[in-house]
Design a protein around this ligand. Structure first.
Ligand code: NAD
Length: 358
């Protein structure tokens, strides 16, 4: 099959990790007989330097026309003090909005080989951690009405948290579909004891659940969920939640797995269109030194194969190759521990390519 992929390498370590990822995709294409066509475009600090804009029109057009977008990382100290409209976060928000990406999927997987990097006690980790946070991405308090006014006690500020049935229904469906491909459990996280928007959330999730009798659903208040994640992470399979709760819980879930250099993410919209990126930033402290861990970006590409292109076997082949490389004790600096073999970005990419075979 043929697929068009828009590639945004971005800044800092972005181009380094993207280069390894493209090689992996090319190899997978060769072995499984697919053609991936890559169109490289600019966004972030490098786009400001080249064209004066954080997200040039051409980039947006190419992303809209492609089947999926693969992104490295945007930003860095050189551009950190620019006004809000020119900050890298703005480019990401604009891209998500323009592509209609309403579902953010962040798996937090702890590999057995990296147990040492987990800040939790071994008896809490148990057989390992494998959680997938499904976060609503284009609604809720981050996009609600906001403003300031003079109140009885002086200046006041407000941010409105608002959800429509349609918004909740589509993200709930995404979560249930993903649960079906995993361990068939969804925990919907809200604050229905206090918030009206959460009560609507809960009732819509229950309605959607009726179409998925094979998936077990439970509800949890967000304060309890934050606690349960560090008390007994093994109880979670898919966590379904709102934009702001998901922002916080997905960071917490990532943290307990140990390394930022290992974690991928996907943002999905209608008809499987998606943007795939590692959760880490541009890591300016190690950029250009062949030290970055490319695994988070390579795993993001595996998610792209699974969720946008429906190529499960190909995605699994990448994930298995990464597991094998870790089993063989190869590590980049961020996941290095005693008696392991230290490798750089390029070597790590090459080892993964070798494991994929072909
Ligand atoms: P960061 O994720 O770039 O780095 C945090 C720490 O983790 C650093 O010590 C870095 O060396 C390390 N690290 C990150 N990724 C790594 C990898 N793949 N391999 C090995 N080590 C890795 O976060 P930060 O330092 O807060 O931000 C740096 C810049 O990135 C800022 O300009 C920020 O705005 C931008 N940023 C961009 C994105 C994005 O594009 N999605 C996300 C977060 C931050």
């Amino acid at each position: 099959m043929n697929f068009n992929i828009a590639v945004i390498p971005g800044d800092g370590i972005g181009p380094e990790v993207i280069m390894e990822t493209i090689q992996v995709l090319e190899k997978v294409g060769k072995i499984f007989n697919h053609k991936f066509a890559f169109t490289e475009v600019l966004a972030g600090g490098c786009a400001i330097d080249a064209q004066g804009e954080i997200l040039p029109e051409e980039t947006l057009d190419v992303c809209k026309e492609s089947d999926a977008v693969l992104l490295g990382a945007l930003g860095g100290p050189k551009w950190d003090n620019l006004p809000g409209e020119k900050r890298p976060e703005k480019a990401l928000l604009t891209l998500r909005k323009a592509l209609g990406l309403y579902a953010n999927i962040r798996p937090a997987i702890m590999y057995n080989e990296l147990k040492d990097a987990c800040p939790l006690k071994p008896e809490i980790i148990g057989d390992g951690i494998d959680i997938c946070v499904v976060r609503e991405l284009t609604g809720g308090i981050y996009f609600g009405e906001k403003g300031r006014k003079n109140g009885k006690m002086g200046e006041e500020a407000y941010d409105v948290k608002q959800y429509s049935e349609v918004e909740v229904e589509r993200i709930a469906k995404t979560a249930f579909e993903i649960a079906r491909k995993r361990n068939s459990r969804v925990t919907s996280v809200d604050k229905a004891n206090v918030l009206e928007s959460s009560r609507l959330w809960r009732s819509v999730v229950e309605k959607v659940a009726k179409d998925y009798p094979d998936v077990y659903l439970n509800h949890m208040y967000v304060d309890n969920a934050a606690m349960q994640l560090v008390r007994d992470p093994g109880q979670f399979d898919v966590i379904l939640t709102t934009n702001m709760f998901g922002d916080i819980l997905s960071d917490e879930a990532s943290m307990i797995t140990g390394s930022i250099g290992m974690l991928p993410s996907a943002s999905l919209g209608e008809d499987n269109k998606g943007m795939y990126e590692p959760i880490h930033g541009s890591a300016p402290d190690i950029a250009g030194q062949d030290k970055a861990n490319p695994i988070a970006t390579i795993l993001s590409a595996a998610m792209m194969l699974r969720y946008s292109f429906d190529l499960e076997e190909e995605a699994a082949a990448i994930e298995k190759a990464i597991s094998e490389v870790l089993k063989n004790n190869y590590r980049t600096g961020d996941i290095m521990s005693k008696d392991m073999k230290l490798v750089g970005t390029k070597e790590m990419g090459k080892l993964i390519l070798e494991q994929i075979g072909g």
